[in-house]
Write a protein that binds this ligand. Sequence first.
Ligand code: FAD
Ligand code: NAP
Ligand code: SF4
Length: 679
Amino acid sequence: MTTDTSSHYPHLMEPLDLGFTTLKNRALMGSMHTGLEDKAKDFPKLAAYFAERARGGVGLMVTGGFAPNVEGWLSPFGSKLSKKSEVKRHLQVTKAVHDEGGKICLQILHAGRYGYSPLCVSASNVKSPISPFKPRALSSKGVYRTIKDYANSAYLAQQAGYDGVEVMGSEGYFINQFLVTHTNKRTDEWGGRFENRMRLPVEIVQSVRDKVGPNFIIIYRLSMLDLIEQGSTWDEVVQLGKAIEAAGATIINTGIGWHEARVPTIATSVPRAAFSWVTERMQNHIDIPIVATNRINDPKVADEIIGSGQSDMVSMARPFLADAEFINKASAGKAHLINTCIGCNQACLDHTFSGKRSTCLVNPRACYETQLNYSPAQTIRKIAVIGAGPAGLSAATILSERGHDVDLFDKAGEIGGQFNIAKKIPGKEEFYETLRYFSHQIEETNVTLKLNTEATAQQLINDGYDDVVLATGIVPRKLTIDGADHPKVLSYIDVVQKNATVGKRVAIIGAGGIGFDVAEFLAQEGESPSLNIEKFNKEWGVDGNYETRGGYGRPDPEGAARQITMLQRKTTKMGKGLGKTTGWIHRAALKMKNVKMVTGVDYTKVDEQGLYFTIHGGEPQLIECDNVVVCAGQLSRRDLLAELEAANIPTHLIGGAHLAGELDAKRAIREGFELASRI
Ligand code: FAD
Ligand code: NAP
Ligand code: SF4
């Protein structure tokens, strides 16, 4: 996964003439609901967020979704643009973007039955599996009224200074719900044969165009691959795409997968550009520009997609959360300095779906542009940062950028700490990019890096540091039961980092994030599907020939490399603490590999036979196995603290050294950032 910096990405950087306006390049920042759209008081923050990305060079941006009426709310009192009084707040966003030379469209999103609201409506009263509310079926009059509401919303967006709108027609929202018989059971002019089911989006685009006139961008997000049973056929998708073009759309954007689809579409385990083939299929049928999407996070990949004719533009959303300067860096031949989105969803989508403001694991400033800032240090201090894991890297580079004199120590021979283990997990190869980014940041910010150097308190005291930042991470928790020191007991570090030989039958103690990752590591035989689109499609049932409805075939995973049992003491569902939007993927992937999961366990002992345990004090049980791999959480490593404090050296704890429980890289990087901005 090297990043080519030689060509400066001519296809990506080529302007796009839309007739009445020209985009300065082919990069679209796709719509993301950040949580700043819902309240008028947050609009100054939203304006700063978009302004920074406009300054970063992206050709066109799309806001998070705004409902055209209250029935279309994503959640009660959420983002909406249906009244004149709601226009004013948007002016600050559009002005900020235009002042930076950018362009921005407002997304009109009617949630339909995905609305987390008792007022939600749909084509029919078919409840979705991902919302507790059963929708009311709209009357025919109600459908006509909704079309008018879309046009009104677009008109208000125009009044607010937007360059256009995006009509959200994918991901299983309202419009999608009219398109397929699975959710549209109507018998009136909006249901039955496909011509009737597709009338809604076509009439929406027509009435929006009538209302806003010719010189206003209309992007239509077309669901090109539903990935659900009874989804649209390819012929239906093409028929709709052509009709949308004829109705007056300026650009067709690609939508992949309904939210309820059981196929990962944007998580880090999805190969890069895994769905560009779908957009490519549409190229022959449509004359207006067409946009490829999903898991495009690298300018080289984006450039190749456009250069090979798969699409005219490329949509990247999360990559602009991770780095607002993505396009400027790429066009200046400095792609190696891009802070790459690793597809983790931990701080963006997981936040959105928990009702929290989005941000980014690798860039804590995202959506906090007015709040998380730093300025040059007033007094230069000599600072030692101990540990070059995510926390130490974040702290050291910002401290040095602020002008401090920073030495960064790690006893290992490479930077990265536990990320060096994470990047070896199948489906987490992207984690390498964060280490590539920080290795260049170290150079750019003039941090003095001291690898293979175990820091001792005495040395740090002797060397006269003004401050010490302890980012020394964690030590894995050890087993304390009988047989804990049996040769068949291994830690996750032995297995993943030190390549210990592991037998065919394995018991894993602990089912947190690391337990799940180790299970995936041990179950995987050969190349990871995350690096091979054909293998990924086969594993998850994506029909690459598009012969089935929705392009969703039968998942056909490869067999597991080992017979694996995962255990935890809690009685709660396995993987409950995993990411809100990715936990199901890990559970499904392991289920496909026949990994057994046992909860409510009391461990007893390990011996030559295997692992002994009871469930709720019941009969002793044995899992016969060749190895027991311990993934039982961690404890903070802060062995230098007492001596440094005794010597009165200001000492700061961040990341795992600060708190091992609930630790993840999101907290580690944010703590490094926050500390570094205030010393
Ligand atoms: P660490 O990464 O542990 O770094 C500490 C560093 O300090 C190490 O490099 C160590 O060598 C160095 N050190 C310690 N003592 C000394 C000393 N005396 N002198 C010099 N150097 C010293 N997190 C997520 O958010 N998402 C994930 O998907 C994810 N997946 C993971 C998968 C696996 C398999 C693993 C193991 C971890 C995963 N994590 C994930 C957790 C994440 O990697 C950690 O939360 C993060 O690395 C913690 O950062 P840190 O800087 O606090 O500590
Ligand atoms: P964790 O999530 O806290 O899980 C620790 C596991 O060990 C739990 O299943 C726990 O379950 C078990 N355990 C705790 N004490 C034990 C003991 N004394 N004996 C036996 N079992 C014990 O920690 P982790 O898996 O080590 O992960 C560390 C951090 O890395 C996590 O907090 C996570 O955020 C991050 N991470 C995230 C991801 C991700 O995909 N987002 C992936 C990997 C890691 P019981 O107590 O029920 O037995
Ligand atoms: Fe990408 Fe993760 Fe940041 Fe979301 S939180 S933008 S997925 S790196």
